[in-house]
Design a protein around this ligand. Sequence first.
Ligand code: ADP
Length: 449
Amino acid sequence: MFKKILIANRGEIAVRIIRACRELGIATVAVYSAADRQALHVQQADEAYCIGPAAAKDSYLNIAALMSVAAATQADAIHPGYGFLAENADFADICAAGGLVFIGPAAAAIRSMGDKAVARQTMQQAGVPVVPGTEGVIADVETAVTVAAAIGYPVIVKATAGGGGKGMRVAGDEAALRKAVRQAQKEAELAFGNADVYLEKFLEEPRHIEFQVMADQYGQIIQLGERDCSIQRRHQKLVEESPSPALSPALRQQMGQAAVAAARAVNYQGAGTVEFLLDKHGRFYFMEMNTRIQVEHPVTELVTGLDLIKEQIAVAAGKPLSVAQDGVQSRGWALECRINAENPAENFRPSPGVIDQYLPPGGFGVRIDSAAYAGWEITPYYDSMIAKVIVWGRTRPEALARMQRALAEFVIAGIETTIPFHQQLLADEVFVSGDFNTGFLDSRQLSGD
Ligand code: ADP
């Protein structure tokens, strides 16, 4: 097992990784930017080093600084968390060249899933259904128009390097498509430095269903069930739950097998997520694979009882999976609400500032993953998530009631948060019914007022 892990991240996920390391008896090295001197992960790690100014490109994305801290502290491995360098294949290569274990899949697997157009082709070869669309990258607008005419409108233009809902445009007709291609290319160039886009049929009212997979270095790949992430605002997830209210046991098994086939096709190792869209007719399509631990991983932890970060570290250290597929059991219902420093009454405008009071909820079945505390300042430099509230209940109604109770207990003063929005969502009869899709929230305009 590793003796020391450097955590190349910040916020709640850095704290989450420190907790797992503590339980495994592994020492931790934190890194931080000048804006994060007082951050919780800095206080909790065994050692902490400043690696640059506030801007992420100068600190959390500064590979040279990270590698020197790793060398100076004699760390054995680097955990990238999510975001920042987590899906940067070059970084995985650099770690390996420097004699460090990158806690994640091999660089080749990151590369083949990182380019969404290549991933689509790989999945088709592996027999995993993909959304109808272009073979690869769109060479020019005319090709896009021809393909769209063949598969039918509406279509969605997506960046091959896309993530976080960026670089995507929906088009309902040819004129809109011509505009969408140009806009998506521009947005992708700005956000990712890569203007390549491809085309997919835009499915009407699909659900976003993703499967957690975990793989060791000995070819064992298991799936740990699904998370339903259909509650999204502008293609970004806000609430996740497991199991999905939409899956029958037969469909769950079929999709789980497809997820394992997807991972096997790229010789996957470590923790990963295979994302599917499920249409109204019960047909599912591969959308993308995220080659990292995800924000919403605790939902799966609560229903399976497995610590995904500990498992991820163990398989990276060369241990076999601690559980076989037939040993995986899902029990009860888990739900996560992402609490952001945003004002839902003002169109989710960011609300940075100092948290004056902070009192998280607790009690049976409630888990808070957060790096916030009273006196901590939410800065505009990084993402706006303050805390994840994750609850478990024996049934979905019990989990929903527990979430309502937990949100009502949560005190965060000094800044605006999305707690009122979540409270309104939990009272919405469509959400309570379980019969919703990815378009639900954008049609609803919940303001938390
Ligand atoms: P990102 O990597 O930026 O998160 P994804 O490819 O995962 O982008 O898509 C994010 C969301 O966008 C999906 O969960 C879904 O709501 C919507 N979406 C993406 N592709 C399609 C599609 N072909 N049809 C309908 N909705 C889609």
